[in-house]
Each structure stands twice: as structure tokens, then as C-alpha cells.
Design a protein. Structure first.
Length: 266
């Protein structure tokens, strides 16, 4: 019992140190932004300076970044009278699709199975027991690639090889730390600017920053392009026409709350 208690206590200490380290890193970004403006910083528990008024302000920022990764989910769906026939036909077409995906995506891409199902299909009639009319097999493969110029060709290759369902196409940002840091620094500068505006209005100046807190910071939300997915699904009926893909930008948001001391001349 005592050993378990000691292990639990040690785990709490380790987790606490991890959270403290993360908070310290985020606080350093905000503090650096404040120091760049030539403003003194102080700890949260620091006593107020003589003749100073404390104000609380917030800063928001929005940084846009280009995606660096695409995720494409394609599937082969087959139907047959028996489960075995649906499964075997699906396996044959899926193998061809995977080969085509790997060739089109290139060596640096990740190709992996993300879903598989084999289910009976029913005929429903009122007040009667459903009757199995056949079986449907679905094999879904997700491709993750960093070369965004290959998105269209990958969709075309998949449909040409037997894929008949494009489940999803999304663009995201794998290396998002620089953009998140940029958003955090911009939010801090905005909060400090507000404090300086208030200080000037009061006939004073910002003496020091007492506290800076990160209210929120949003990770990039993937861009989903359902139009490209639909076009890819129709590629077999539109011969020799490549799938066009338009890549937008991702929004990274940050919000900071800042406590500053304003010194007024008396």
C-alpha cells in the first residue's frame, strides 16, 4: 500500500512539472513580446508600484498559414450475392488501388488501411422480416502526403484503378509550432498596445507588466474539400480530365490576457 502511494505521489509530481514546463514556455513567448516593446515585467504576486493603477486587457490575433499536408481517404465498394464473392472482388480491386496510390503518391507518402467492413444488404417490406438480398464490402485507404501538387493525380490514379468512393480530402498543418508562436506573440503585442492606449488616455505610461496569461490558442482546423472528392468520384465517367484541387489557408487564433500597471504623473 505504501509503495503504491509513493508511486502515485511521484506521478503527480512528474505531471505537475510537465505542466509547469509547458506554461513556462508559453509565458516566455508572451514575455518576450512584452520586452520587445520596452516594458518591464514582474511576477504575479509582485506588490503594486506606488502611484500605479492596474488594468486588465486582452489581445487577439489571427495568423494564416498554408497547409503542408494532405489527407485523402478513398474506398473500394463492391456488392455481390454472397459475402465471399463481395469480399474477393473487393480484395482484387483494392490491391490494384493500393498499388496505384503508392505509385502516384511517391516514396514519402503514407498509405494505410483506415477502415474495412463486410455487411449484408436487406430488402425491407412492411410487417415482414427483412430478407438479405446481397452483401457489400468496403475497404477504405487513407493517403497522407506532403507534396500537395500530387493530390489531384492521387485521386485520379485511385479512381482509375478501381476506387469508387472518395470519402474525404483534408488539408492540415503538421509543423504548426511556428505559426502558433507567431499568433501568441501577436496577441501579446495587441494586449500591450491596448494597455498603452489606456495609459496615454489617463495621462501616464505603462510602468510594468504584472501578469500575462494565455487565454486560448487554437490549432489549425483542417480544410475539407468535398468538391474535389465528388469530382474524383466521377473521374471514371470523365475520361482524360484531371481532378483540379484548390488549396486554401488555415486560421490559427490566439488570445492573451495581460495585467499592466499604469503610472500617472501627479
Amino acid at each position: 500500500m505504501r509503495r503504491n502511494s509513493l508511486m502515485s505521489a511521484a506521478s503527480v509530481v512528474v505531471l505537475s512539472l510537465m505542466f509547469m514546463a509547458q506554461a513556462a514556455a508559453q509565458g516566455e513567448v508572451a514575455s518576450a513580446a512584452a520586452r520587445d516593446q520596452g516594458v518591464q515585467t514582474a511576477g504575479t504576486g509582485a506588490p503594486a508600484m506606488a502611484g500605479a493603477t492596474r488594468v486588465v486587457v486582452s489581445g487577439d490575433s489571427l495568423v494564416q498559414a498554408r497547409p503542408d499536408t494532405a489527407m485523402i481517404s478513398v474506398a473500394v465498394v463492391t456488392q455481390a450475392q454472397t459475402a465471399l464473392a463481395a469480399q474477393q472482388e473487393n480484395a482484387r480491386r483494392s490491391e490494384a488501388m493500393v498499388r496505384a496510390l503508392k505509385a502516384a503518391a511517391g516514396a514519402g507518402a503514407e498509405v494505410e488501411t483506415s477502415g474495412y467492413s463486410l455487411q449484408p444488404q436487406y430488402n425491407y417490406r412492411e410487417n415482414q422480416t427483412p430478407i438479405i438480398r446481397g452483401y457489400e464490402a468496403r475497404n477504405t485507404v487513407t493517403v497522407t502526403l506532403g507534396d500537395l501538387s500530387k493530390v489531384g493525380p492521387v485521386i485520379d490514379a485511385a479512381t482509375a484503378a478501381g476506387a469508387n468512393n472518395i470519402d474525404n480530402l483534408a488539408f492540415t498543418l503538421r509543423r504548426d509550432e511556428p505559426a502558433r508562436d507567431q499568433a501568441l506573440a501577436a496577441a501579446t503585442r495587441e494586449a500591450l498596445r491596448k494597455a498603452q492606449v489606456m495609459a496615454v488616455a489617463l495621462g501616464g505610461r505603462v510602468g510594468r507588466i504584472v501578469e500575462v496569461q494565455e487565454a486560448s490558442i487554437g490549432r489549425p482546423v483542417p480544410i475539407y474539400d468535398t468538391r474535389a472528392a465528388m469530382r474524383g468520384g466521377m473521374a471514371k465517367t470523365m475520361e482524360a480530365q484531371a481532378t483540379p484541387v484548390e488549396i486554401g489557408t488555415l486560421d490559427i487564433r490566439a488570445q492573451v490576457q495581460l495585467v499592466a500597471e499604469i503610472i500617472t504623473e501627479r
